[in-house]
Ligand binder design. Structure first.
Ligand SMILES: *Cc1c(COP(=O)(O)O)cnc(C)c1O
Length: 298
């Protein structure tokens, strides 16, 4: 079983600064893979679904919020590969489903809403946990299979020329997968989009070997804009400006914050002259549907 990678391309020399520095910034456009299931989720799911197939599972169950990119990607991938899917959704069932959940249902996913407290411990019915025909994928695809699935991207993309590789962090799975693909000479920069994600180091390290943990890994915690899915006018304005300049759309939950951070680092001369930076655009554009219509110009 393999997933068709539609259009994995790199945009070279993206303009992220007004000053004329001797710096090259490229963008890995995972957002272009598919209009809805864009980005890293597809890759993170791949190994889990392979496992489901090998173990002859009929159903895949996973967890997420009402705007979760992971939920929608799981629903779509399951439909494509012939699994039933169940989404355990955080919070009360709303009278009107979010765009994300509507799409997930459209892909055949069965939704079960659980209270925020029950969600915290991922408590689901005992029968479901013990049902041998169900494969359970952790929230966000977090785990070895998720990280290794993401690492596979770099069989298709040559990282060797880059001095820095940067990505957004939710669970840290993509960060771990990226670290696995890099050498000890490259710096990997992660931008957590959650507020005070103090456990990020542990979460990522848990998916790495000792050698991998010793690579040049940097976490920058000052770009979360108040926390997960929070935004303010300066973020939105930046995203619009970035789009005008580079014709690259970003999402307000992950990649908008990531590119804002990289722009800020460039302005502060974080990257030395001659650096070659690869920024991973991990997709997530469907999340922008939850913003008021006129907010973004794209
Ligand atoms: C889920 C997601 C992330 C975070 O990935 P993790 O592996 O959970 O850290 C980043 N960007 C986008 C667009 C996502 O949907």
């Amino acid at each position: 079983m393999s997933i068709q990678f539609a259009d994995i391309g790199i945009d070279e020399n993206v303009d992220l600064s007004e000053s004329n520095t001797n710096l090259r910034i490229d963008v890995l456009r995972l957002d272009k893979i598919h209009p809805v299931i864009s980005g890293n989720k597809w890759f993170k799911l791949n190994k889990y679904l392979l496992k489901a197939k090998i173990l002859d599972k009929k159903t895949v169950l996973t967890f997420g919020g009402a705007y979760s990119n992971h939920i929608i990607a799981t629903a779509a991938a399951c439909q494509l590969y012939g699994f039933k899917s169940i989404g355990i959704i955080r919070g009360e069932e709303p009278s009107l489903l979010s765009h994300t959940l509507q799409l997930a249902v459209g892909y055949g996913m069965q939704l079960k809403f659980i209270s925020r407290d029950a969600y915290k411990t991922k408590s689901i019915e005992q029968e479901m946990r013990q049902d041998g025909s169900i494969l359970i994928i952790p929230e966000g695809g977090y785990g070895f299979d998720g990280a290794n699935g993401f690492t596979d991207i770099f069989k298709l993309v040559d990282l060797t020329e880059y001095t820095h590789i940067c990505c957004a962090i939710g669970t840290g799975t993509m960060m771990a997968g990226t670290i696995k693909a890099t050498t000890t000479l490259q710096e990997i920069i992660g931008i957590p989009v959650l507020k005070n994600f103090i456990g990020v180091n542990e979460a990522v390290n848990a998916l790495l070997t000792k050698e991998e943990q010793a690579k040049k890994i940097t976490y920058l915690h000052q770009y979360h804009f108040g926390g997960y899915a929070n935004h303010n006018p300066s973020l939105i304005e930046f995203m619009n400006r970035f789009y005008t300049k580079n014709k690259i759309p970003t999402d307000f939950v992950y990649t908008g914050k990531l590119f804002f951070a990289i722009h800020d680092l460039v302005e502060k001369n974080y990257f030395s002259q001659g650096s070659k930076v690869l920024v991973i655009h991990s997709g997530g554009l469907q999340g922008n549907l939850s913003l008021p219509k006129e907010m973004l110009i794209y």
